[in-house]
Ligand binder design. Structure first.
Ligand code: AMP
Length: 276
């Protein structure tokens, strides 16, 4: 496995690959079983796998956890080596944002709802960094966890609109034994929050079953929300929308997304269910 921190080295390595299919797994590091599932899927479907580890400052708001986000490149490199990743790209912030003009990105209206409502500018930062990654890595397929369904919807629309020959793949969320989705931030939950965090997945599963049974949407969502309000967390949003368009017109859409975010003292957890 090559560990690369500089863009020129990455460009040289990528340019030598000729016709190989490249599976790209973008991460912020602190790798866990969820990331591992993406890497394994990418290994199965491509000639080569590139994993990036980059905590992108332009995705974080001024009061978010950019500084305290867990970082451990040495441990992550070991995980990637075991999984036979071909290239681990772990650039510095100055490397990724060197030569920056003042060109900016507007991720559009669907980036202002759900996670975008409380994280203004987050998805603009996502588009900015993915433009760079796509240009540098030229991936055939890019792998995301279902947890990031809103990011997946945005990037699918983006590659479609701009004719980028890139497939955006969604991998099911990987969970701990009690159902809590693995996250680099789970270790920052207090003991009580960790116990209650599982309610997020439970509430969505129950609400999904009730919606599929044809129960009234407003009632189901309100009850799911009030279940979560019994935890020490604060419900950031609870939305039932069409997927991937993310509109209120759920009945016109084949797939729907039921998504929620729960804000604990220092950690915000996101979760979703996508169904017909
Ligand atoms: P992050 O490092 O949090 O930016 O996540 C990198 C990628 O891993 C994203 O595509 C996430 O959706 C995905 N991911 C994070 N947690 C999980 C999980 N528990 N199961 C599956 N994929 C995940």
């Amino acid at each position: 496995m090559k560990i690369i921190q500089e863009i020129v080295q990455l460009q040289t390595a990528i340019s030598k690959l000729d016709l190989a299919t490249i599976g790209f797994v973008p991460t912020m590091g602190a790798l866990h079983e969820g990331h591992e599932a993406l890497i394994k899927k990418a290994k199965e479907e491509n000639d080569l796998v590139v994993v990036s580890i980059f905590v992108n400052p332009t995705e974080f708001g001024p009061h978010e956890d950019y500084e305290s986000y867990p970082r451990d490149l040495e441990a992550d490199a070991k995980v990637c080596a075991i999984l036979e990743v071909d290239i681990l790209f772990a650039p510095s912030v100055s490397e990724m944002y060197r030569n920056n003009s003042d060109i900016s990105f507007n991720a559009g209206s669907s980036s202002k709802i759900m996670c975008g409502a409380t994280r203004p500018g987050h998805f603009n930062g996502v588009l900015q960094i993915f433009n760079k990654f796509f240009g540098l890595i030229n991936p055939t397929r890019v792998y995301f966890g279902q947890k990031d369904a809103q990011k997946i919807a945005l990037l699918r629309a983006f590659v479609h609109d701009y004719y980028l020959p890139i497939e955006i793949k969604m991998v099911p969320t990987v969970r701990d034994l009690d159902g809590l989705a693995y996250s680099a931030r789970n270790g920052l939950l207090t003991e009580q929050e960790r116990q209650q965090a599982v309610e997020l997945h439970r509430a969505l599963l129950l609400a999904k079953a009730r919606l599929k049974d044809g129960e009234e949407q407003a009632v189901v969502l309100m009850q799911a929300r009030s279940k979560l309000e019994q935890t020490v967390g604060k419900v950031d949003y609870m939305e039932f929308l069409s997927y991937p368009d993310l509109t209120k017109d759920v009945h016109a859409s084949e797939y729907k997304i039921l998504a929620a975010a729960l804000q604990f003292s220092t950690v915000r957890l996101i979760e979703n269910e996508i169904f017909e």
